[in-house]
Structures are given as C-alpha cells and as structure tokens.
Design a protein around this ligand. Structure first.
Ligand code: AMP
Length: 241
C-alpha cells in the first residue's frame, strides 16, 4: 500500500506548507502544480509562456495540460511509493483523471483544510515567497519589524540578494478572483470526494503545528493505521517499487 495523499482546500489554506512538511517527514515527493507552473514562468519555458497570463488573472489553466503534467510526474519512480499532491485536482475532470492515474496504486487519502474566506484574504495579502527557492513567509507575522532580509532555506538563499517577493497572483483583486474560481469549480469537486471513507476535513485556522498534528492524525485514521506506521508504510512501498 502506497501513501498517496491529496491536499484540498482554498488558496492560502496552508496546503503547500503542510504538504512540504508531510512529504519530507514521510520520505515521499511533494507534487505542487502551482510550483511546477511558477517555475516554468520563472524560467520562461514554452509551458511558462502559455500559462503566465492565465495565472496572473487568477484563472485555471486548462484541464488537459494539467492532467498531462500530473500524469507524467506521478509515474516517475520516486512517486511510486506515494506522493503528496498540492493544488491538483481542481476540477471534476482532473479528479476523474486522478482516479484513473492512481487506479492500481492503493487508496488515495483526501484531506480538506478548511479556512474561512476573510482569513484567507488576510493571509494571502501577507504572503511572501522566496524568489529563489519558493519558500513561503508571512509578512504580517513579522510586523512591526520587516521580514528577515534573506530567506534561510538553502545555502544559496542565505547568501544572495533580498529575495522575498509577493506572488504576482496574490494581490487582493486576484485573490478574490481565485476564491471565486475555487467556490465555483473546485469546492463542488470536493463533494465528490467527501463521501469516500478516505476523506477527512481538518481545521486550518489553528496554528501550523496543530494543523500538522491534525493532518497526520487524519491520514492515519483514513488508513486505519497508527500514525507511527505511516513512515514505514511509505518506505516499504518505495523499496518494493
Ligand atoms: P496555487 O499555487 O496552487 O494556488 O496555483 C497557482 C495558480 O496556478 C492557480 O491560480 C492556477 O492559475 C494555476 N494552477 C495550479 N494548479 C492548477 C490546476 N490543478 N488546474 C488549473 N490551474 C492550476
């Protein structure tokens, strides 16, 4: 059995942060479609040029393109023992495609992180990302002082420029558009998952450490295993793959 996890929830709910930590603690890759697209835009690849304007408007990139990206990524060897998906699926067509891609790979655990809209707008307006490595920071958390001038994530980040930037799709106007798209296209899709025995919802208003604990407990309960066994589960499947 692989450790297949899908993080669901609106923009700013903390999916990326939690996905990153869960993935590194359990030895499985985090697959973030937003990160893949942002990297393509940053590197001005053909994919980046295709999606840049759509992302800046806060709209969704086409299903066929996104499904192709995720299909390719999830069939790489490092994802066979499990993965944490962040930002996909976002539409009913993507959810159906994910079922097909993962059909022979054990259960897919779906966790929805729930946070009220006004809190999301506040968080996203304060969100800064490292232009170099993509790490997230909360500008409001550091008030009245500024953010530390350098990201501390990697040696490179510790040694170059001030690199904290706001994401170009994090302006209040675009965030409201992204929330509108979320409630219209993505939230109904979550209903599709919520009837499954492997679906759990957790409260994302709590501090990140408590969300992390709730996430581990929810995944363990969805699998019917103690939390202490999750790591070896991912590892064992990785070895067999
Ligand atoms: P995120 O970082 O997940 O909020 O994604 C940033 C932007 O990338 C979104 O607002 C969309 O424009 C695009 N995007 C990311 N994932 C998807 C997806 N699964 N389907 C369509 N568009 C996506």
């Amino acid at each position: 059995m692989a450790l297949n996890l899908v993080m669901l929830g609106p923009p700013g709910a903390g999916k990326g942060t939690q996905a990153e930590r869960f993935a590194s603690e359990h030895g499985i890759p985090k697959v973030s479609t937003g990160d893949i697209l942002r990297e393509a835009v940053h590197d001005t690849t053909p994919l980046g040029e295709k999606v840049k304007a759509v992302m800046e408007r806060g709209e969704l990139v086409g299903d066929d393109l996104m499904i192709g990206i995720v299909r390719e990524r999830l069939t790489r060897p490092d994802a066979l023992g499990g993965f944490v998906l962040d930002g996909f699926p976002r539409t009913a067509a993507q959810a159906t495609a994910l079922d097909e891609i993962t059909a022979s790979r054990g259960p897919v655990i779906c966790i929805e992180i729930q946070v009220p809209d006004e809190e999301l707008v506040r968080r996203v307006r304060g969100r800064r990302v490292c232009d170099d490595c993509g790490a997230n920071a909360d500008a409001f958390e550091h008030l009245p002082g500024a953010l530390p001038p350098l990201c501390q994530n990697t040696d490179r980040c510790r040694s170059v420029g001030p690199k904290w930037v706001a994401r170009s799709d994090d302006s209040e106007l675009v965030v409201r558009e992204r929330l509108k798209v979320y409630w219209r296209d993505t939230r109904p899709m979550i209903e599709y998952y919520s009837a499954r025995p492997t679906f759990r919802a957790i409260d994302g208003k709590q501090p990140p450490e408590q969300v992390r604990e709730a996430l581990v407990a929810a995944v363990a309960s969805a699998l019917g295993k103690p939390a202490s066994q999750l790591r070896s589960l991912a590892k064992n499947v990785g070895l067999q793959a």
